[in-house]
Design a protein around this ligand. Structure first.
Ligand SMILES: C[S@@+](CC[C@H](N)C(=O)[O-])C[C@H]1O[C@@H](n2cnc3c(N)ncnc32)[C@H](O)[C@@H]1O
Length: 350
């Protein structure tokens, strides 16, 4: 190990430790830029209002902030409990052996509902069997187990999105993630979540739509809302409904059984449409105007444009700066969306 590797570097340490999930709009590649901005702004409490994969909440915890991690979906909250709220809990080898061993009951919801939709029979039944044990877990350990299951399903699904269904053999390029059984994925990912655990400032998870989040104040508010591209939509449930349902074993969910993907209904918020997004931004900035710093990530090809966002931030903050970072997303469900070159903005409003 070099001497440099011994010096704590929150962005590098986050990138190395955080169990990486393919998530639309993930800031994984921007961690060094965000870490720099967060360090500049400073403070001790932070809100990550649109937490997604959880990697930014984890970075903030590494930087010594007491984090509130929020997302309106449930599975991002579970990922954040496992990695950010959790301080010392780990799943033991015995617990992993139990979860991956003979099932505690005969449930087969996943095996039946998603037949010919996602995964093979053995992988689907493994998800049911694992859940038969996870149901008996509580707290952080439960979150670790669910997170490892969610990551397993995400890695085994081609491109990590659940808009594509049925015979997916054309996507099988021999990649290890697609060859490994769901069970083997799970065992590997539990180990990753176990080793991502570290003691830091207390954190909490909330699940609120942006217009309902408590306004704090927080020393630092990080906003990474869905980007509204000029074409295409920005619906997370459309892409990740399976992970969302899996994170609660579809308890209380009404699946749209007539759809090919057996998806969950789409939530509509101010950020869902170009018609309402400006009002949603204005409302969100006002909500956090008493916090000393609002940091916003946004894409250069999204609407509203940079000038509009600057004007909206200046309605609530005197000092607004924007930094532009070249960034290329390798993500999307269409060929056109898969490799679009966009720059990433970081707005800093104080
Ligand atoms: C761009 S992603 C965040 C990515 C995250 N920073 C990361 O690095 O993985 C946007 C997130 O906002 C959530 N979201 C969308 N609309 C929301 C709303 N109106 N209120 C709260 N969360 C919302 C989505 O579920 C999604 O996880």
């Amino acid at each position: 190990m070099t001497a440099q590797a011994l010096i704590p570097d929150p962005a590098r340490d986050t990138a190395l430790a955080y169990p990486r999930i393919r998530y639309m709009g993930s800031k994984y590649k921007l961690l060094p830029h965000l870490a720099g901005v967060f360090a500049e702004v400073g403070g001790s409490t932070a809100l990550d209002a649109f937490s997604g994969s959880g990697v930014v909440s984890y970075l903030l915890k590494r930087q010594g902030f007491s984090v509130t991690s929020n997302d309106m979906l449930e599975f991002p909250g579970v990922l954040a409990i496992a990695t950010v709220v959790n301080q010392v809990d780990r799943l033991t080898m015995d617990e992993v052996a139990r979860i991956t061993g003979p099932p505690a009951d005969e449930r087969s919801f996943v095996a039946g509902t998603f037949r010919n939709v996602y995964f093979d029979e053995a992988d689907r039944q493994f998800l049911d069997n694992a859940w038969s044990h996870i149901d008996a877990l509580t707290g952080n350990k439960r979150a670790i187990a669910i997170s490892a299951l969610v990551l397993s399903a995400a890695r085994k699904q081609p491109r990590g999105v659940f808009t594509i269904t049925g015979d997916l053999s054309r996507y099988n390029d021999g990649r290890r993630d697609l060859q490994l059984s769901m069970r083997d994925h799970f065992v590997e990912h539990v180990a990753k979540y176990n080793s991502a655990t570290f003691v830091g400032p207390a954190a909490r998870v909330t699940r609120q739509e942006a217009s309902e989040i408590s306004h704090g104040p927080y020393d630092l508010v990080y906003l990474d809302p869905p980007y509204a591209p000029p074409t295409d939509d920005n619906c997370y449930i459309k892409r990740f409904h399976f992970l969302e349902g899996l994170s609660r074993y579809w308890q209380g969910d009404e699946l749209m059984l007539h759809t090919n993907s057996k998806k969950l209904p789409k939530p509509v918020t101010g950020f869902s449409s170009k018609r309402t997004v400006v009002a949603a931004f204005r409302e969100t900035f006002r909500r956090f105007q008493d916090s000393p710093a609002i940091i916003l990530s946004y894409g250069s090809n999204a609407l509203p444009d940079m000038a509009t966002i600057l004007a909206l931030l200046r309605e609530v903050k005197r000092d607004v700066e924007v930094r532009e970072i070249p960034h290329r997303y390798h993500y999307g469900t269409h060929k056109t969306a898969a490799r679009r070159a966009v720059n990433e903005y970081i707005f800093i409003a104080r």
